[in-house]
Design a protein around this ligand. Structure first.
Ligand SMILES: [Zn+2]
Length: 106
């Protein structure tokens, strides 16, 4: 007779209620074009001096775009220079490093 072993995982799974959440503004990642809540994205702004810069508070004035808090998106952006192109700047030195730092891959 095979022993019956209890599976602790089976009980831990609770059915999640499908609550309808209040509408939250969604922003689109400029790389993968997925829509996410602002908390899942990092805003990047073009500063008056033409530098692309991570906007950690998400409230800096100026032309901005969003990218996922996701290393894959950030690396792709870096490879394609997507952020520079979309912001119309060539000066994003240190930006990608900063982004990786913000999402905690470094
Ligand atoms: Zn993305």
């Amino acid at each position: 007779m095979p022993k019956k072993t209890p599976t602790p995982d089976s009980k831990a799974k609770k059915a999640e209620k499908n609550k309808t959440e209040p509408r939250r503004p969604l922003r689109m990642c400029c790389i993968c074009r997925k829509r996410r809540e602002k908390s899942g994205l990092i805003r990047i702004v073009r500063m008056p001096d033409g530098n692309a810069c991570a906007d950690e508070k998400g409230s800096a004035p100026g032309r901005g775009l969003y990218v996922c808090r996701d290393a894959a998106c950030i690396r792709l952006a870096s490879k394609r220079k997507s952020i520079e192109r979309q912001l119309g700047t060539e000066n994003a030195s240190g930006l990608y490093e900063k982004l990786e730092e913000l999402i905690g891959t470094g």
